[in-house]
Write a protein that binds this ligand. Sequence first.
Ligand SMILES: [Zn+2]
Length: 568
Amino acid sequence: MFRLAALVTVSLAPLSLGAPAGDAMTPLADVSIELGGAVGRRMDAVTRNWLLRAPSANGGMLAMLRLRDRQPPPAVVPWAGEFVGKYLLGAIDALRLGQDAELERTVRAVLAELLACQDADGYLGPFPKSQRLLGHWDLWGHYHVLLALLAWHEHANDPAALASAERIGELVCRTFLDTGRRAVSAGSDEMNLAMLHGLARLHRATGKQRYLAMAREIEADWQKAGDYLRTGLAGVEFFRTPRPRWESLHDLQGLAELYRITGDERYHRSFLHHWHSIRRWDRHNDGSFSSGEKAAGNPYRNDAIETCCTVAWMAMTVDELRLTGEPRAGDELELSLLNAVMAYLHPSGSWCTYNTPMDGHRQASHHSIVFQSRAGTGDLNCCSVNAPRGLTMLRQWALMGRRDGVALNYLGEMTARWGLPDGTACRLETKTNYPLEGGIRIVLRPARPTEFTLAVRIPAWASGARCRVGNQEVKAEPGAYAAIRRTWRDGDEVTFELPMTLRAQAGDLEMAGKACVYRGPLLLAWDQLLQEADAPPAGAVRADALAQAKTNLPPRDEQAERAGVYAP
Ligand SMILES: [Zn+2]
C-alpha cells in the first residue's frame, strides 16, 4: 500500500467608474481579503520572507538603474529591467489584499527610489543612453514597470506614479511613433512587442490617443512577429504560431485590452481562440503552462515548466474570466493556484522554483537559474521576482463584480470586505476547510439589508454538489455559477457541499501508461516522506478501483504543521 498526498504539501457590485463595457466581470477596486487556510499561510510566508526583504537584500534591483551610464556599465541579463516591475506587481496586489502597514512602507520606499531613477526623457531601465529602448529586452522591462506604476496609481491614486507611467509612454512614442522607427526593430519580438498591452492600459487610464496610436503601430509590427490577431482569427493553434514562447501571452493580453477599448469583436475572438488553444494543448495536469519556456502542443512533455510561464497563463486567464464571466476560467485559476503555485512557492515563502515538473524534484531558482544573479542581486531572477503574483492575483479574481452583484470564484477560507454600488459596506466570510473537505459555509454581512446576486462558482468536477440558503435547497450545477438573488441581511448564510471523490485522468504520449489522480481541485502526488516504501510502485493505481480508495486526512491541528514540511 502507498499513500498519495496533495502536491500542495497536505500534500456589481461596484463596476468601478470607467469599467470597460467589454467585461462580463471586473476586479473589485476596493476589495480587501484576508486569506485563511494553507493559501493564507503561504501568503503570510511570502510576504514576510520575500516581499518585505527582497528589496533590501538585493539592492542591485534599483542600483542597476542608477549605474546605467557609469563605467563600467552594470553587466546585466537582457531582461534585468523587468525585475523591479515584476516585484512591484506582486507586492502591490499583496498590499491591496491585506493592507499590511510594513509592506506598505516597503512598497512606498521602492517606488520612491524607482521614480528617482527615471531620467528626464522618461527612461527607467538599466541600459546606457545610446541604447535606450532600441534593443535588449528594454521595451519588455519598461512594460513591467509601466504596469506596476499603473497598479499603484489605481490603488493609491498617486499622480506621481501616473506621471511617471506617462513619461515612459511618451519616451516610447518619441522613439518610435514620431520617428517612423519600428518597435519590431528592437528585436526579441514577443518580449518587446508586449509593450502594446502596457500602452493600451495607459490609454485607458489617461484617455490619450497618442498611446493608442503607438499601440496600433505595434499591432502592425505583430504581423512580422507573432501575428497574434490574424492567427487567432484563422484558428491556428497557438503552438503553431510564429512566436509560441511564453512571453507572447502578455502580447495576447493586449488583444483583450484592444477589445475593451474598441469593442471590435475580432480582438475578442482571437483572444478566446488562443486561450482555448493553450488550455487544450499546453496546460499541464497541475494547471501550469509551458514546455521548455514555450507552447509545444503537447501537455505530456517532460520539459521544464517555468514559473514565469504559469504566472503569464494565470494573468491571461484572469482576462478570460473578465471577458467571458464563465466559470471554467475560474476552475483553471483554482487548478493553477492550488497545484502549480503552491508547488513552485516553497512553504517558507523565501524561495520558488524555476521548473516545477509534473513528476520530479523541485529545485530553488536561486540554483537552477543562478546565472541571472549578479553582485547586489543575489536572489533575483525572472522567476523569483514574478512568483508571488500567482498568489496575489487572487485580489483580482477571488471575488469579482458583475452587473447584478458579485461572483465568488475562490472557495477557500477568507474574509472579504468591499462596498456595494449604493455605498453599503459588505463583508463576506467563507468558513471552510476546502480544498481538503467539501463543506463550505458563506456568511454575508451587509451593513444594511441590500438586494444583489451572489453567484458562487461550482467547479466542473463537482457533480452531485448541493447548495442551501437557510432551509431552502438551491440548484448547484457543476461548471456553472449558483446565482442567488435576494435581499441579503447581516448573518445570512449559504452552505455548499462539494463531493470530494477521487478521479483519474489517463496520460498519453510521453506519459502513456500513466495516470494522474485528483481529489476535488487537488492533483495528488507521491511523496517519499509519507511512504514506507522507497520508490513509487509501478502500475499500482487502478482507475476503476478509485471508488474504493480510502482517504486519510491529517488531523486538523496537524494540517498547518504538515504544510510546512519540506518535500523536494
Ligand atoms: Zn522566469
